[in-house]
Design a binder for this molecule. Structure first.
Ligand code: SF4
Length: 763
């Protein structure tokens, strides 16, 4: 593939912004929306997004306020761009594929591919062909079903799910995969928040967040760690503003001084339009990449010492004694960690850490929010367990204004897991599924995303079905992932728009175009709605409003149900046809299989849906001991040889997951180009590299394979010392497939050791 250089690169650098949103966000959202579709469709999408009778924003999983408390414009810049990117009036027809060979398309940038518009009819690439050609739905699904049936074992197929998929389709997909005979259900969560699920599961017994929007609004102290809400979950800034207005404090822990963490101008409030907005972070902790574990270990050590100095005044002994195990071992371990290690790992001064500690002591409640800056490190799981230790010391679990808050990116990534999309669902779920549908679900674990790539490379997986998303670009080690996909007998993608996963494909390849979140969905039983679960476990309905992008689109539910019928033949206990015609019948079955979904149809019909209670808030911990667990986490920091930097991949502001909407990163002041690497000026001086030098990024890993991202422009930037930052997915090529977080197998995309070499070719 040839996205090494973008012909439209025209780099301009301006000072990073010190505030986020305000009027420019509205202008940019409208500009992009109107570049995609008509004013009428733009108005229709914006009036319906995140409204009770409208559709859920596919942009991220941040929750909406309760019905009655929502604005008429309940969306952010990125949500508006994303929904109108989906609602675009541009169309890709069969003529487009006649004109462009697959090789041509593979030469185009991700930006170009996305800009071509909505896919409109099923397409096939036959073995040896250079182009995709049209294919009818019946033939396409039979072709895929025949390939699945021809495999030696169901475990030679992978069923990948991205977090856009709604609950009903996700439930049917995992039902189909398990009735077919495999647990190979890798998902995008394997690549991003897997460490959260694992760490929270071990400490608290459930891999989900425990807080509500009300908790956020009324917390005394919120940590925002390794997360950039201004770009990735922008409406979180309105919530943090409310925290501040209620007297709460915010500590931002990040390697970069992100604009949204500094100051927020609410675009719907006079103070945000004409005023200076609201300062967000009371303290910005400019930490080294990978230093979060050491920071929380330091805070825990300080809390224990403060308790020693004034017994009974710092720790919540009642909570610890009633709800937890392992406190004494943990406390003994925490005291042994040395300050010199802590200061090296964090790059902070002891005074800075003590200042944070003072804020903790002054608070009655605390929440820790985090995202991939925490999870995508080798010690991501350990960091999350240490965060839970920190919260438990002062009883900050299960009380108002307190708890854990992993902030998810994909709109229904949490719901897909709840519906059973996981390669290692517990036996109790598999038993319930088998009982309900009259079969025995396979018990052995399936492949996650990284193991799935390895299986394709080794020839152990031969058919890949991707439902939503862009697996090729979202996955680490791009060269290895591309080899893996090209080695498959068949790859198929259920998609709304063209992306790299269609151009890097197997011997046979299928594009199966589907409805978007904003498209009306009419089936035999009438107009349907789907449901989603947000980051705070609220489950609600989503109803598309626009005429579908083409008369040949099928919904994801319909595609999965029809494929299942063709693959499995007669399944008297699984009424696929009925499921396709009436999604309410799917929800009736979900209610009987998935805990917490009793009376699903009735409860989700209420305005705003319903909340799935988190048992930890009621003192129930589903751990082996029935209690929350203090853990001893070995001190760890990334080892970076001299002359090297620790690279994190990140999104630009004008980007949604793997999809760039432009070449600009407005808040960071990097405009017109994406092949840039941001490095602290003092590190540049030490490395003998100048601002705007052209370099190749070369990652260092012990397998001897050279992973090189070519032709990057160096931008002197206030990144923390020793860190570098460059855009995803361009830098995925640098993340070795085997470089994963301990215990979660999540790629370490925020901690890649790289050296900068003069570029062989200047861009
Ligand atoms: S915060 Fe997330 S869910 Fe809300 S409008 Fe923005 S992108 Fe969409």
């Amino acid at each position: 593939m040839s996205t090494d250089e973008d012909p439209s690169d025209d780099l301009k650098v301006t000072p990073p912004k010190t505030w986020a949103t305000g009027v420019p966000a509205v202008t940019h959202a409208l500009e992009y929306s109107l570049s995609q579709t008509s004013p009428r469709r733009t108005a229709l999408t914006l009036l319906n997004i995140n409204q009770v009778k409208g559709f859920d924003c596919p942009g991220c999983a941040w929750p909406e306020p309760k019905p009655g408390q929502r604005h008429l414009n309940e969306y952010c810049e990125n949500g508006a761009k994303h929904i109108n990117d989906e609602a675009t009036s541009r169309r890709i027809t069969a003529d487009f594929f006649r004109e462009h060979s697959i090789e041509d398309l593979d030469d185009k940038s991700d930006y170009w591919l996305n800009q071509q518009g909505r896919l409109t009819e099923p397409m096939v690439k036959r073995p040896g062909a250079t182009h995709y050609e049209p294919i009818g739905w019946d033939e396409a699904l039979s072709l895929l079903a025949n390939e699945l049936r021809a495999l030696d074992s169901p475990d030679e197929a992978l069923f990948y799910v991205s977090g856009r998929l709604n609950n009903e389709a996700a439930f049917l997909l995992q039902l189909f995969a398990r009735a077919y005979g495999t647990n190979n259900l890798p998902d995008c969560s394997n690549l991003c928040h897997e460490s959260s699920g694992r760490g929270l599961g071990q400490s608290l017994g459930i891999g989900k967040g425990s807080v509500s929007l009300d908790d956020i609004h009324h917390s005394d102290l919120i940590f925002v760690v390794g997360q950039n809400p201004g770009t990735n979950h922008p409406r979180m800034l309105s919530s943090l503003e409310e925290t501040k207005r209620n007297g709460g404090q915010i500590v931002a822990v990040n390697t970069l001084p992100e604009a949204g963490l500094m100051r927020f101008k609410h675009p719907q409030k006079a103070r945000g339009v004409i005023g200076r907005g609201t300062p967000i972070a009371d303290q910005f902790v400019h930490i080294r990449a990978g230093g979060d574990l050491a920071l929380f270990q330091a805070l825990n050590k300080l809390l224990l010492e403060a308790e020693d100095a004034a017994p009974g005044t710092v720790l919540d002994h009642a909570w610890i004694d009633t709800h937890s195990t392992g406190f004494h071992e943990f406390a003994e371990h925490a005291r042994t960690i040395s300050w010199s290690d802590i200061l090296t790992a964090t790059g902070l001064t002891r005074e800075e850490i003590e200042q944070v500690h003072e804020r903790v002591l002054a608070s009655r409640s605390a929440i820790v929010c985090w995202a991939m800056g925490v999870t995508q490190h080798k010690h991501g799981v350990a960091t999350i367990r240490e965060i839970v230790n920190f919260l438990m010391l002062r009883g900050n679990i299960g009380k108002p204004g307190a708890g854990v808050c992993p902030v998810r990116g994909h709109s229904n990534v949490q719901g897909d897991r709840t519906m059973g999309v996981w390669e290692q669902m517990p036996q109790s779920f598999l038993d319930a599924l088998g009982r309900e549908f009259g079969f025995t679900a396979p018990a052995h674990h399936g492949y996650d995303a990284v193991r799935g790539i390895r299986a394709m490379l080794d020839g152990d997986a031969k058919v890949f079905l991707g439902v939503a998303g862009n697996f090729v670009r979202a996955s680490p080690d791009s060269a290895a992932t591309e080899r893996a996909m090209r080695g498959c007998r068949l790859t198929a993608h259920i998609s709304t728009k063209l992306n790299r996963s269609h151009t890097v494909c197997g011997e046979t390849a299928l594009i199966l175009p589907t409805l978007g979140r904003s498209d009306r969905d009419v089936q035999a039983g009438g107009e349907q709605f789907v449901t989603v679960e947000d980051s705070m476990s609220d489950v609600h309905a989503s109803r598309g409003k626009l005429p579908p992008a083409s008369p040949w689109l099928l919904s994801e539910v319909a595609i999965i149900a029809r494929l299942a019928r063709r693959t499995l033949g007669a399944t008297p206990d699984i009424p696929w046809e009925q499921f396709e015609g009436d999604y309410g019948t799917v929800r009736d079955r979900i209610a009987r299989v998935v805990p917490g979904f009793d009376n699903f149809n009735e409860r989700v019909s209420r305005p705003g849906g319903f909340h799935l209670p988190n048992p930890v808030n009621h003192g129930t911990f589903r751990t082996p001991t029935g209690k929350a667990t203090f853990t001893c986490n070995a001190f760890e920091m990334p080892l970076v040889p001299e002359g090297h930097l620790l690279l994190q991949s990140l999104r630009s502001h004008d980007q949604w997951n793997t999809v760039p909407y432009s070449l600009n990163d407005r808040y960071r002041g990097v405009l017109g180009a994406r092949r840039v690497v941001m490095v602290n000026p003092e590190d540049l001086a030490e490395l003998g590299i100048a601002d705007r030098d052209q370099v190749d990024l070369v990652s260092v890993w012990h397998d001897g394979v050279e992973r090189r991202a070519k032709n990057f422009t160096v931008v002197s930037y206030p990144a923390s010392r020793g860190s570098a930052a460059a855009y995803y997915p361009e830098t995925n090529v640098l993340v070795p497939l085997d470089s994963v977080a301990d215990a979660s197998n999540c790629p370490t995309s925020k901690g890649v050791v790289v050296r900068l070499e003069p570029a062989a070719v200047t861009a």
